[in-house]
Design a binder for this molecule. Structure first.
Ligand SMILES: Cc1cc2nc3c(=O)[nH]c(=O)nc-3n(C[C@H](O)[C@H](O)[C@H](O)COP(=O)(O)OP(=O)(O)OC[C@H]3O[C@@H](n4cnc5c(N)ncnc54)[C@H](O)[C@@H]3O)c2cc1C
Length: 276
């Protein structure tokens, strides 16, 4: 996040930013998970803040196959549910997660004989498996309802960082038409696009080189279908291992299984590039 301090809006003539630039208090580049939640948090904290979010993709985005990042951890779930007040939506529209679960096969193929690391009872601290498409559609609607200027289908093309207390100016394109907006607060929530990181040349070398591939299948994959051992089946109450973020782990890789409320299962492999 970048801020230029010192003077209020009125002290900056429109000429400084161009007569066509629309002024806001805060500009958020990228309306994914981070950008939309940030905008909602700002508005909930102070409804008077004028927040503008620019998101490249057109809304509504598709369910089931929008993005990865579907398994919330408890601290993130706390932020969504309690800080942003979205618990009702999470309970109604997503799947309550049965914690993380890891299987280490050590060469075995029978799941009920693999080493299993995971909870046997539902944790008191909730977390959810989120369908990213469904969640981001909801967040966008919620942001607009709170008064955020959320522009979908808006591609950021250029960033002019303000100097000497001048605001930052963003050029973006929507439906082929160029626009300009300006603000003293600029928040880069563009994810992997790293708009400010690239602009300011902040990239750092990555020492752990990992690759990932992912896809979705219709319906749910339930580990209980892979065993008929009554003891193993009875170990979890409720017997809902399918609601966990299940990881099948081996040397230098894991394979993830995450159920999505839209009726699909998210599957993916993460592996160490040096080994696979
Ligand atoms: C393989 C893999 C698995 C993962 N699994 C998990 C998981 O299980 N749980 C978890 O918590 N995290 C997971 N993550 C991490 C998670 O995906 C990210 O942390 C999260 O999605 C980041 O959200 P974000 O809002 O920063 O980025 P994004 O959701 O990617 O949002 C960035 C937004 O910026 C927009 N944008 C980009 N360029 C422009 C532009 N020029 N103009 C306008 N808009 C632009 C994009 O369209 C996008 O919507 C995983 C990551 C990977 C790679």
């Amino acid at each position: 996040m970048i801020r230029h301090d010192a003077i209020g809006h009125d002290a900056i003539g429109h000429d400084a930013i161009g007569p066509d630039a629309i002024r806001h208090d805060a500009l958020v580049l990228g309306g994914g998970l981070a950008g939309l939640t940030m905008a909602i948090q700002l508005k909930r904290q102070d409804p008077g803040i004028d927040v503008c979010v620019l998101e490249r993709r057109a809304h509504p985005v598709p369910e089931a196959a929008h993005k990865v990042g579907e398994s919330t951890v408890e601290i993130g779930a706390h932020y969504f549910a309690n800080v942003l007040g979205l618990r009702e939506h999470l309970e109604a529209a997503h799947i309550r997660k049965f914690g993380f679960r890891f299987f280490f096969s050590d060469g075995r193929r029978d799941i009920d004989r693999c080493t299993e690391l995971g909870v046997s009872r539902v944790l008191p601290t909730p977390s959810w498996q989120i369908d990213r498409g469904r969640f981001e559609n909801f967040l966008a609607e919620e942001a607009r309802r709170l008064g955020v200027h959320f522009h979908d289908g808006a591609v950021v093309r250029a960033i002019e960082l303000g100097t000497n207390a001048a605001p930052h100016v963003i050029a973006y394109e929507h439906a082929g038409v160029p626009h300009r907006v300006a603000a003293h607060w600029l928040i880069d929530a563009s994810g992997r696009a790293g708009l400010l990181k690239r602009k300011l040349d902040l990239s750092a070398a990555e020492i752990h080189n990992a690759n990932a591939v992912w896809w979705r299948v219709d319906g749910f994959v339930d580990p209980k279908d892979w065993s008929d051992d009554p003891q193993w089946l009875a170990r979890c109450t409720p017997p809902d291992r399918w609601r966990s973020t299940n990881h099948m782990c081996g040397p230098g890789y894991w394979f993830w299984l995450i159920p999505l409320s839209s009726g699909a299962h998210s599957l993916g492999i993460v592996c160490d590039a040096a080994m696979h």
